[in-house]
Each structure stands twice: as C-alpha cells, then as structure tokens.
Write a protein that binds this ligand. Structure first.
Ligand code: GLC
Length: 723
C-alpha cells in the first residue's frame, strides 16, 4: 500500500473510531438527542428496584437518582417566599449550615396585591436564582389555593379570592423560576382552603365552583405557566385523598390538561398503596409525618411507593407500565433540571434579590384609608414619631410553618422608620401589646403615654406567624385582632388624632376602630426588606399602588363560608354551600357593604376615569371585543393605578355572579398625564362552566362591561351583546 493510501486508511480508521466512540455515549446522556429518546434509553437501562426508588423520598427533601447510571437525585426545597434552610437528612430541624441564609421575598398575598405581572416575573426570576444556586431542582411553591375564609392560616401563601387574578399572576412566577432549570411545584392541588382537619377533610363542592373558582389558577399554571410539578393536597375530594385522586390527577390534570410533569405528594399526604400506584401520584414524600414537626424515622423503605409497590410489581399484581409512567415523568423532570446543561448557575443572598423583594413589597402595600391625607408623613413638620406595636419589631420571616425561613437579614418596620425618618424626627417606641405574655395593662398605658408625646403615631399591629394566626397547621379562631390590639388602638386614638395603623397580615381582620384613625395601610409580610419598603411608602418616596386581592368583611358572617355555616365542616366532610359565590361574588350577591373591597387601594394622587367605549356593540362567538377608556392623573404627583374590567352576564340559564374580574391593567401616570387603557376579550371571558353539559359555554345575549377602581367602585359601564 503506497504512502497516500496508508494515510487515507489510517485517517479512515481514526475517523471510524471517533464515530463509533461517539455512538458509545449512551443516548440518555446525550443532550443532542430528543428528550423522549433519552428517557426511553434511561428507562431501558434501569432495574425494577432503581425505578421504584425514584418514586419515593430517601430523606426529608430528596429522592433517589440512579448512581450506577449517573442519573442525579432530586432535591426539593420549600417554599413560596424563599429557599428554606437545610434540614437534617431525616429530621425537620435545621442542620446548622452556615451558607443557607436566604433572601425572603414578600408573601404571595403581597405579590397578588401588586396586580402587576412584571412583579410576578421578577419574583420568579429572583427566587428561581436562589433555588438554582442552592442546587434545588424543585421549588415547593407557589401556592394558589383560593381564599375562601379569612380564617385560613395559610392564606398568606396564596394569591387571594379571585381565580382570574391568581391565574394571571401565577404564570410569570412559574415561567421565570423554571428558566433557572428549577421546577416550580404549584400547590396544593386542590381544594385545600383551610388548615382545620386539613389531612382528611373531604370537600364536597359543585362542579361549577370547582371549575370556575378552585381549578383555574392550577389550570393556568399547567397550560400557560408550563409547570413541571404539581403538589397534591392533604384533604380529600370525592372520598379520595388528593395526593392520589383519580378524578383530579388522572382525569383532569393528566388527561384533560395534558400535564407532562410530576405529581408530588404533600408531606404525609399518601395513605394507600394501590391508590398511590394507580391514581396519578408520581413521587411520595413525607409519609408518616405531619408535614411540619414530627415523623417516624427512616421509614423510607416502607413508604407506600417503596417495598409495598415493589412487592405488587414482582407478584405481577400491578403492571410495570404504571411504574414506567411515573419514572418517565421523573426522568423528564431531571432532564429539564439537573441534567439540563443549558441551565444558568443562579445566585444567592444578593443585594439585587433583596431590592427585588423591596420593589415587589412597595408595589403590593395597600393604602386602605387616608383621612386628612395624614400620609405621606410630612417630614418638614413632623418632629416626633411614635411607633407602637409588637409587629414593629417582630421578625415575620420566621414561623408560619413550612414557609418559615432562615434569612440573611430582615429589616423590621421600626428599623426602617428609624433609618428613613431618624435624621429629621425623633422616633419613640412602645410595644403596646405582646403575643408572648399578658401584662396588657402596663403595656397599654406606656403606649398611650408615648402616643401623647408624638406629632404622629404609627401603630404596627395585625397578625403574626404563630399558631392560630397566619400559620400552617391551624386556622384563626375569629376575624378580630388578638392581644388587645383593638383596645390599644382605641386608647391611642383618644390621645392623638394623627394615627396611622399599619396591619401586617396575610388575611383580612376586623377593624372596629376604622373611623377613629386617620390612615390604615395593609403592610402584608414583606420579607427581608419589609421595614424599608413600608417606610418608603409612609414617607411618600413610593406612591402606594397595591390593591386588595381579597375582600375585608366587616364581620365574619359577611363571608360566605361563615354565613352558610359549613366552615370548618363536621370533622369528616365539608360542603362548600356557597358554590361559586366566593369573596366579592358573595358580597355582590348579598348586597353586603364590605369594610374594604376586593380590588380596593388608594394612592397619594387621584385618577379620573373616562367613559368606556367598545369597538363593537355586538360580537359573534368567534370575535373579540375591545373596550377602551382614558385615565387621567388629576393629582400633583406620579402614581400607578390598576384599572379593573368586570363582566356581567345580564341573563343566563344558570345563576352567575353579578360580575366577575376578566381583565386588569396597571398603568403609570405622571401628574396631569392622561393615557388610554384597552381590554380585548373573547367569548371565553363571557363563559361559565355548565355542570350539566360538562363544558364551558357562553350564552348569546346581553352583557355589561364594568370598569372599576375596585369591585365596588365602578367608574364606567357599557352594555354589549354576544350574538
Ligand atoms: C407541608 C406543606 C407543604 C410543604 C411540605 C414540605 O406540610 O403542606 O406546602 O411544601 O409540607 O415542607
């Protein structure tokens, strides 16, 4: 063979070794291959034991990978407001790491109160970066259970009473979290609207309420947000625990909504092996724990989807295809996260994340009342500020259950006030009340004495993250504030006419003193930057633009779940007798005057709404209709206003709410600036769920578009017709 041929031959040999070498890389490891091929290749290489091991926890927050094949474990972390501290392998206690102090973002009620999807995107990006940096591939949040009763201990983790608002706000959060290669695990699916008897209460609800009120945010999370994981809830529906529920998981979530992700149980939410195998569950976590504090140690091999599952597989009693479907979904989760080489690297505890949290808080804080324009505080005239209340100093990032966080820092309201106003005014503080022990009289007197001396009094009250306040595992006992706060506020209002009450809470509270104080602010739980965010609003550095994501009833009986008396159920069953009439839908139906309405929130400026017009008087079933109106800032400073579109069906074959939120736009206007706002809707926004036909229908006939600054502050209306 001559020299040329030898070179060609050797080149060919080298090339063929390369090619065959390439084909030697297993398909599942080759991210150039279609993900379905990678999944099938991985599946084909796994043993029965390896597949079963993937379907259940191996520790508090992790499940097995396949060490032999280099397929990584799955690591999860709470929660919706920040990345939980590391706990021990098999204990709830913090493991004492020194690198896991996170940034706490505002509670999701505050995010919802921004009515700004840009804030939801910022939130998801920021928390997703923190989860990614901590090497979590599943973030156990956000929560989108509907606010049905103001007593639910976990409402602070959710996005309020309206399905359209929750559905709109949850989507960007999920999308941005998942851009980090971290799965959002949307929870708790479904009908987990209270903490009393949460682990077994069997919820009876009409299909109309299920489809119109309780499912939409989850459906949006899956179909618009593209959520890679869903968490089943503790309670039962149709007599089956929601963590293994044929109807919710197999029929609705996986068949109808075409969900391709994993269903993860809530911690301790699994109660039956066969149901866990056949009714849509993919990953079992936290069995034999209360999901909060206790658990049998190292029970993992005995999990329902562990040894019992393996035994049924080996005996041929259950088909391996049921196992393979679970494992395909888990492998897809892994290929989307830890084995996705394109994913970014995240960041943790950064100033950028803290400022993101502050921005969200500033946009979510709601100015409920401002008589005499006490706010913003006039720092040129105010020389002494009294800050009263335990909530001015109490850490709120700790407690509340699984969303509790170990934070890098938390600015308290008092610290925020001192930092913002301390150079121009004297700040004097008195706790006024305590959630710890009961020396109420002494504290009250000292607070009154302190208030007497001040030009203005800022009372920081509300709820906290203790049991029977805003906390997982238990509900509140009533609508009223605890620890003698009402008495304190009444006493202070007698000695100082310049009183602003800032309520820190995730729920509505009763305010018998509402006419005795000048200003009231809903300050939520705002996380790491809480004190700075609240101080910036009180100072007017930020013009408040938040709007309530749920109704504040005057009395508990004004809330449907209590008016009809079925909350909290009889310990076994609970029937949602109000059906679709939840929140403002109930308020409208019963002509109740709420304390503060859904969608209510004031500004330091004023806005004038023009008359709404439409591009057509009638629309066909396949057409859109666009409503337009002008909004003018008639005040002296820039501000943001959320214009709300409600739709009213004037004649329907089934009962419908007086009106329903079907659009909102938050716009920024400088002083005297005027802009047009438009809403384009189609017949989807006119539809209701017909539980006899089992489908959404829009009935031809007369409708009305109502433009509101809140659900009860309607500024303009327009009739139109669906042909
Ligand atoms: C809890 C909660 C759930 C949380 C999980 C893990 O009980 O219900 O929201 O993600 O257990 O802590």
């Amino acid at each position: 063979m001559n020299k040329i041929n030898r070179i060609v031959f050797l080149g060919f040999c080298f090339f063929s070794i390369q090619v065959s070498g390439q084909s030697k890389i297993a398909i599942y490891l080759n991210d150039k291959k279609p993900v379905k091929e990678r999944i099938e290749d991985a599946l084909s290489r796994m043993t029965l034991e390896e597949k079963v091991a993937m379907c259940h926890a191996q520790s508090k927050f992790s499940s097995a990978g396949v060490p032999r094949l280099g397929i990584p474990e799955v690591w999860m972390s709470d929660g919706p407001h920040g990345i939980r501290a590391e706990v021990f392998w098999d204990e709830w206690n913090n493991a004492g790491w020194t690198n896991d102090s996170c940034i706490a973002y505002p509670a999701l009620t505050c995010l919802a109160a921004t009515w700004n999807t840009d804030m939801a995107a910022l939130y998801g990006k920021s928390i997703g970066e923190e989860a990614r940096y901590r090497n979590k591939n599943v973030l156990l949040g956000p929560g989108v259970n509907i606010y049905r009763t103001p007593l639910n201990g976990r409402n602070f983790e959710y996005m309020g009473e309206d399905p359209f608002l929750s559905s709109t706000m949850v989507v960007p959060y999920i999308q941005e979290v998942q851009k980090n290669g971290v799965a959002a695990c949307v929870k708790h699916f479904a009908l987990n609207n209270q903490e009393v008897d949460r682990d077994h209460i069997n919820v009876n609800v009409s299909d109309r309420a299920l489809y119109e009120i309780y499912l939409p945010a989850f459906k949006a999370a899956v179909q618009k947000g593209g959520a890679w994981a869903i968490m089943g809830s503790y309670n039962q529906y149709k007599g089956e625990h929601c963590c293994h529920n044929q109807y919710l998981l197999n029929d609705i979530l996986k068949r109808d909504w075409k969900f391709d992700g994993v269903v993860i149980s809530d911690w301790g939410g699994v109660h039956d092996t066969r149901q866990a195998i056949t009714n849509g569950l993919d990953m079992e976590f936290g069995s034999w724990t209360n999901g909060l504090s206790w658990g049998r140690s190292n029970a993992y091999d005995n999990y329902y989807l562990a040894a019992p599952f393996l035994k049924l597989l080996k005996s041929g009693d259950v088909s391996e295809e049921l196992l393979n479907d679970k494992v395909r979904r888990i492998l897809l989760l892994i290929f989307r996260t830890t084995m996705n080489k394109e994913r970014p690297f995240g960041s943790f505890g950064t100033e950028e994340h803290a400022l993101a949290g502050r921005k969200i808080a500033q946009e979510g804080i709601v100015l409920l009342q401002n008589k005499g324009n006490l706010l913003p505080l006039n720092t040129s005239t105010i020389k002494k500020i009294a800050v009263i209340g335990e909530n001015a100093t109490k850490m709120m990032t700790i407690g509340g259950g699984s969303s509790s966080l170990k934070v890098k820092y938390e600015v308290s309201p008092l610290d925020g006030i001192k930092k913002r106003f301390g150079s121009s005014a004297e700040i004097i503080y008195a706790p006024g009340y305590t959630s710890e022990k009961n020396n109420k009289e002494n504290l009250l007197q000292k607070a009154v004495e302190t208030a007497k001396k001040a030009d203005v009094v800022l009372v920081f009250g509300g709820l906290n993250k203790k049991e029977n306040q805003d906390s997982e595992g238990a509900d509140r006992k009533g609508l009223s504030l605890s620890y003698g706060q009402d008495e304190l506020i009444n006493a202070i209002s007698k000695v100082n006419k310049n009183v602003a009450v800032i309520i820190l809470s995730g729920n509505a509270v009763a305010m018998p003193w509402v006419n005795k104080v000048s200003s009231i602010v809903e300050g939520w739980y705002c996380g790491t930057e809480a004190g700075n965010a609240i101080a910036s609003v009180l100072a007017g550095d930020v013009n408040p633009s938040g709007k309530l994501p749920f109704t504040f009833p005057v009395r508990l009986e004004d809330s449907a779940a209590h008016a009809l008396g079925d909350y909290p159920g009889n310990g076994k069953d609970e029937t949602y007798n109000e059906g679709i009439f939840v929140g403002y839908r109930w308020v409208d139906k019963q002509n109740i005057k709420p304390l503060f309405s859904f969608g209510h929130g004031l500004s330091y400026t004023t806005f004038k709404y023009g008359k709404v017009s439409a591009d057509k008087k009638q629309l066909a079933a396949d057409e859109d209709i666009t409503f337009t109106l002008s909004i003018k800032n008639t005040g002296s400073r820039a501000g943001e206003e959320t214009v709300q579109l409600y739709i009213s069906d004037k004649k329907s074959s089934l009962p419908r709410p007086v009106k329903e939120l079907k659009g909102f736009k938050k716009i920024q206007l400088n002083a005297n600036e005027e802009k047009n706002v438009s809403f384009t809707i189609s017949k989807e926004a006119l539809s209701f769920y017909d539980d006899i036909k089992h489908s959404w229908i829009a009935e031809p006939g007369a409708f009305e578009a109502l433009i509101g600054a809140s659900s009860t502050d309607i500024r303009s209306k327009l009739s139109f017709e669906l042909r």
